[in-house]
Write a protein that binds this ligand. Structure first.
Ligand SMILES: Nc1nc2c(ncn2[C@@H]2O[C@H](COP(=O)(O)OP(=O)(O)OP(=O)(O)O)[C@@H](O)[C@H]2O)c(=O)[nH]1
Ligand SMILES: [Mg+2]
Length: 334
């Protein structure tokens, strides 16, 4: 495992790094953890080098199975991720874990417990673990998470597990990033009704009731199954399985990985994979375009053009609509 190293707070001189991008990409594609970590740092920092990085990676993405793991706080997402990694490694698959915290612009502190739990995999070169926060970048994780996933995909990981940490309305966002969404539940945590409220019944490709060593796990399974049965599903649609695990004891994960594999096969056979990926690409393009427009706007919003136009509007020589049109026109032509 390679946890993310603390990064220098100050920005790097991009001139120095620019020359290194092709080497960095080559190293990342060989799966060298330092290079992969470095590329994800570039994503996190919103680096200017990302254009070159993404252009270099574009032809090499699409091989990984992107699995999103979501569920209420405390259901056992981190413990289950750890158990999943163990099972995937037993099948000789290379695994990357991306822990994203949509609710916090800071990475680090909140994830410490998760890192300790993942310590089972610290010496395994077939496992790469990285936490990521939005760091206040415009567009936040909707902008950065897909790009980090691209890096991991291009680095040749067979499976990329995207785990949410922290609380938030993030379930749907995570589902939008993944090929397969695993919704984790546990007894005594609000059960089925909560799940229905959270909109979780629409997004899961696979439901796993963790903490099956506790009372009530079977009831949660039954509740979810009966709620899923009520949903309208088109003919040939995927029927989400509802499994049970004890993550603390590594129980049930062979079945979980089998179900993930089955879903991946179904996605490919049914054509759903390319639809999902196209939708994801659309979101990604939009997020980048919006961030780009905003950053351009920041420049327009301060420039001398604006001062000149503002003076004209203030003195009544110009109306504000005409001024805004001119500002935009001048800017978009530049
Ligand atoms: N009894 C029992 N406890 C479990 C099981 N799996 C996890 N736990 C415990 O549940 C607690 C929460 O587990 P985590 O893996 O941290 O849950 P999480 O969903 O990642 O939590 P957040 O990151 O805070 O949202 C921990 O104390 C675990 O030890 C299980 O299968 N059975
Ligand atoms: Mg956790």
């Amino acid at each position: 495992m390679t946890t993310d190293q603390p990064r220098a707070a100050a920005g790097r001189p991009s001139g120095r790094s620019a020359a290194a991008v092709p080497e960095l990409l080559a190293a990342a594609r060989e799966g060298q953890p330092r290079a992969v970590a470095r590329l994800i740092s570039l994503v996190e920092d919103g680096s200017d080098l990302l254009r070159e990085v993404m252009a270099g990676l574009a032809a090499h993405v699409g091989g990984a199975h992107i699995v999103g793991i979501t569920g209420a706080p405390g259901v056992g997402k981190s413990t289950s991720t750890n158990a999943l990694v163990t099972e995937l490694r037993q099948r000789d698959l290379r695994v990357a874990v991306l822990a994203v915290d949509p609710s916090s612009p800071f990475s680090g502190g909140a994830l410490l417990g998760d890192r300790i739990r993942m310590a089972d995999h610290t010496v395994d070169p077939g496992v790469f673990i990285r936490s990521m926060a939005s760091r206040g970048h415009l567009g936040g994780l909707s902008w950065s998470a897909p790009q980090a996933i691209r890096v991991l995909d291009a680095a040749g990981f067979d499976v990329v597990l995207v785990e949410t940490v922290g609380v938030g309305q993030s379930e749907v966002e995570i589902a939008a990033l993944a090929d397969t969404t695993l919704v984790l539940l546990a007894p005594g945590m609000g059960d089925g009704i909560q799940a229905a409220k959270a909109g979780i019944l629409e997004i899961g490709d696979l439901y796993v009731v963790n903490k099956a060593d506790r009372d009530g796990a079977e009831k949660v399974q039954r509740d979810i199954r009966s709620m899923l049965r009520l949903a309208d599903r088109a003919e040939g649609a995927w029927q989400p399985p509802v499994l049970a695990t004890v993550a603390m004891k590594q129980q049930g994960f062979a079945e979980v990985v089998d179900a993930l594999t089955e879903h991946r096969t179904w996605l490919g056979d049914s054509g759903a994979l390319s639809r999902r990926r196209a939708r994801r690409a659309r979101d990604e393009i939009q997020a980048i375009a919006v961030a780009e427009l905003r950053s351009r706007w920041r420049d327009v919003g301060r420039g001398p053009d604006l001062d000149r136009l503002a003076a004209a509007v203030a003195t009544g020589d110009l109306d504000p609509y005409t001024a805004a049109d001119r500002l935009l026109a001048e800017h978009s032509s530049g």
